[in-house]
Design a protein around this ligand. Structure first.
Ligand SMILES: Nc1ncnc2c1ncn2[C@@H]1O[C@H](COP(=O)(O)OP(=O)(O)OP(=O)(O)O)[C@@H](O)[C@H]1O
Length: 781
């Protein structure tokens, strides 16, 4: 695979639904050929193409999901098994076929089950590596992350660290053992998904659902450890939230749009190739996908579109998004993990240790004899002899062997994964885990789930090119070994399928029931429940009852256990199906009630309108009014409404103006108060200056009789000022503030006043002297 590559973008058309055809819709956007989509002008006899887009793949309405998987996603699945992160997602408006593409229907398996099938085929075809698979399944609903495998884990947080990148804290990760095990987990998770009826889809996904397979793989006894994620994502509808009218759906729409808008922005920025800041953190979806979007993984996108004329605009938006996505460049890398961070290495190490223990136990059982054991050398005697703790050596050995077998079940290897239908009789596991609908009871149970068994009767895969009838030509059954056939020559140089003779040398698959599951050595936090709680409980009970049936042969016991397991699995599947259906029912019921309520309200309003109209018509009819009068009435009403509108605008404008005036007045008022204070200070100072009442030297000189008569006793301005100063200082002191700042200012003012006072006195004396001289001259004259 080349170092750099682009996002693989495919467009898938769905057929018009019956109701769309009934509504008279026609196909406006069309798949022109295998790479082009065009907007066709239908009223043009030449059917001119008005707009055209090119993509990696374009699938017409006839295409099967199998074809889409083979061309768009199979390679990505293989890459993820090879240690590269890979993401496949479906994007499109509601009801365009995203869930149909990703999850599928009973007779048309979606990308998710096909990818899981591919994963196990890849394991089968890679005998040089061992794999450990963990599954998590989550939804992002209204920007909140919920765990679909454990509904108690809601509102989970995203965290980031050097080793794991961005990850969901506290998410449940199940170690998975088989194809059917994963499907049963998804089926259980489906029951917790948020779905609801929208204007366009009775079973619309209201959340983004993300199925993540964490893949660890290693070549035993080497340091080559790889770890990658395969993300399979069914996005919620990308249409604008305004398309929905009810409150809840609008709110959901807004949140859905937040994630999708951010995805759009990021795709735009990345497609420009010079993004400085990429806002991954703006939504949960993009933050979660940061590792993949930032370019080190492979991405495939199936853009689903509805051809209908009514959706032409939204389809155009989807196509624009898709063609931007096509320009995003990626540099997928194989991701290696350190030895101590690898779970698969931990388990492999544990197996080695257990084998060593087993070996020393066996040696110890031969020579020297354990304490308390008789000295006879015969193995049989020693093995069954009692130990100090009350157990027997046989029990110890059985326990060690059981633990080894259990760990080996978790570590998947081509020799141990089931589903190889070409294996010669006797080599294949007694009952294949990859079920066949025609023969297997568990597959009959799965048939009732959303996922069909590949190769089952009527399965869409029967039409797909990847399906090759098995060698015996029995038809309908898939060639499991060649399932990834087209890839085997390309990305698959290493390994390849192991010859059958070699497979024969591998140990027989240990029975899954060698030990109670509760004794599994997988840490709880990582492995989670290997099966649902109920299954485990029932298995343990079954075990106990089998133990008591010592008359049955080992083979018979195993057969019975396996029967029991399948029955329990069937029951679990039914239970989860029941939960899903009853949840859907509750939701539909709640929606129906909501719709009925809204309808009733609308009806009441309409009734009132009709009543008013009737009333008016009767009035008009009584007055003999014609249609002209009616039109006039309507005109008048329109005018009235127009005037009212205008009045409202004026009022609004008035209101604004008024507010501005009040603001202005308040500001002016404040300024006025300041000015008045300043003025009153000035006036006070002036009056102090001109109102000295103390006997002055000039008065003593006989000038006082000429002064203007005063009503108030004149005051000495300096003494008044000093009095004021004293008051100020006291006030400052009472407020605990220093007088240092104020005193010099006031002192300066006093000095100025004293000078002014003296000046005034001198002027007064001069004037009085002048008067005196004038008087004297007058008397002389
Ligand atoms: N390619 C197809 N061929 C036949 N039927 C299809 C196809 N694609 C979708 N449908 C049908 O159209 C309907 C809507 O599809 P689906 O539920 O997958 O839409 P969606 O995009 O997931 O919608 P939402 O976003 O609301 O969940 C379903 O009944 C589905 O079976």
């Amino acid at each position: 695979m080349p170092r750099g590559e682009n996002v693989t973008v495919a467009v898938r058309f769905r057929p018009l639904s019956n109701s769309e055809i009934k509504r008279g819709e026609f196909e406006q956007w069309e798949a022109l050929d295998k790479r082009h989509v065009g907007l066709v002008q239908h009223d043009d006899p030449k059917r001119a193409v008005v707009a055209k887009f090119a993509f990696d793949h374009v699938f017409s309405k006839e295409a099967t999901t199998q074809e889409i998987f083979d061309k768009v996603a199979a390679e990505h699945v293989w890459s993820s098994m090879d240690g590269k992160n890979a993401t496949v997602f479906a994007y499109g408006v509601t009801s365009s076929g995203k869930t149909f593409t990703m999850r599928g229907k009973r007779n048309s398996p979606g990308v998710i089950p096909l990818a899981i099938e591919g994963v196990f085929s890849a394991i089968q075809q890679t005998p040089d590596r061992e794999f450990l698979l963990r599954v998590s399944y989550l939804e992002i609903y209204n920007e909140v992350i919920n765990d679909l495998l454990d509904p108690a884990r809601t509102n989970l947080k995203l965290r980031e660290d050097k080793n794991h990148g961005v990850y969901v804290e506290n998410i449940k990760e199940e170690v998975v053992l088989s194809f059917e095990h994963i499907l049963s987990l998804i089926a259980a998770g489906e029951a917790h998904r948020h779905v609801g009826a929208t204007n366009f889809n009775a079973e619309s996904s209201r959340s983004h659902t993300i199925f993540r397979l964490n893949i660890e793989s290693t070549i035993p006894e080497t340091m080559d450890i790889r770890q990658s994620n395969l993300n399979l994502i069914d996005l919620a509808g990308s249409e604008s939230s305004k398309a929905e009218t009810t409150g809840l759906r609008r709110r959901e729409g807004a949140f859905i749009n937040k994630s999708l808008l951010t995805l759009g922005t990021i795709i735009s920025k990345l497609s420009e190739g010079k993004a400085t800041h990429v806002p991954y953190r703006d939504s949960k979806l993009t933050r979660f996908l940061q590792g993949s979007l930032s370019g080190n993984g492979r991405i495939a996108m199936v853009c689903t579109v509805t051809p209908g004329s009514i959706n032409a605009e939204e389809t155009h938006n989807t196509l624009k998004f898709a063609s931007r996505a096509k320009r995003v460049e990626l540099k997928p890398e194989t991701l290696h993990v350190l030895d101590d961070k690898s779970l698969i290495k931990k388990y492999q190490q544990e197996i080695i240790e257990l084998r060593n223990q087993l070996e020393s136990l066996m040696q110890g059982s031969a020579t020297p004899p354990p304490p308390g054991a008789k000295s006879e050398p015969e193995e049989s005697k020693v093995e069954s002899s009692p130990k100090e703790d009350g157990g027997t050596w046989e029990q110890d050995r059985a326990e060690l062997e059981g633990r080894i077998a259990r760990l080996k079940r978790i570590i998947l290897h081509s020799s141990r994964v089931s589903g190889i239908d070409e294996l010669p009789q006797g080599l294949a596991p007694k009952r294949s885990s990859v079920l066949h609908a025609d023969t297997d009871p568990a597959s009959r149970a799965f048939e009732k789930m959303a996922f069909p068994m590949p190769g089952g009767p009527g399965a869409e895969v029967a039409k797909g090119p990847a399906l090759r009838n098995s060698k015996d030509g029995s038809g309908g059954r898939r060639s499991w070994m060649n399932w990834l056939g087209p890839l085997a020559g390309g990305g698959r140089a290493r390994g390849g399928a192991k010859p059958m003779e070699e497979l024969a040398e591998h140990e027989r698959s240990p029975s899954p029931f060698d030990e109670p599951l509760s004794r599994l050595t997988v840490p709880d936090s990582i492995a989670g429940e290997l099966f649902l709680g109920t299954v485990e409980k029932q298995l343990l009970q079954t075990e106990d009852s089998f133990k008591s049936q010592s008359k049955l042969s080992l083979q018979e016991q195993q057969d019975l256990r396996e029967e029991m397991r399948l029955l329990v699995q069937e029951a679990t599947t039914k239970e989860s199906e029941l939960n899903r259906v009853s949840m859907e029912f509750r939701e539909v019921e709640a929606q129906s009630l909501e719709s009925i309520h809204t309808l009733k309200e609308e009806l009441m309003v309409k009734n009132r309108h009709v009543g008013k109209l009737e009333h008016r018509i009767v009035n008009l009819a009584q007055r003999g009014a014609g249609s002209e009068e009616l039109l006039k009435l309507v005109d008048r009403l329109r005018q009235d409404v127009g005037e009212k509108n205008f009045e409202l605008q004026v009022l609004g404008a008035d209101n604004k103006l008024l507010q501005a005036t009040v603001d202005l007045l308040q500001r002016e008022n404040a300024q006025l108060i300041l000015n008045m204070e300043a003025k009153s200070k000035e006036v006070k100072q002036m009056s102090l200056l001109s109102a000295d009442s103390t006997p002055q030297p000039v008065d003593a000189a006989g000038l006082s009789e000429t002064a203007a008569p005063r009503q108030d006793p004149p005051q000495n301005p300096l003494s008044t000022l000093r009095g004021a100063l004293k008051t100020i200082l006291e006030e400052l002191e009472s407020k605990g503030r220093s007088a240092d700042i104020i005193s010099p200012v006031v002192m300066e003012q006093i000095n100025e006043l004293e000078e002014a006072h003296l000046e005034a006195l001198v002027r007064l004396r001069t004037i009085k002297e002048k008067q005196k001289r004038l008087k004297h001259r007058k008397s002389l004259a």
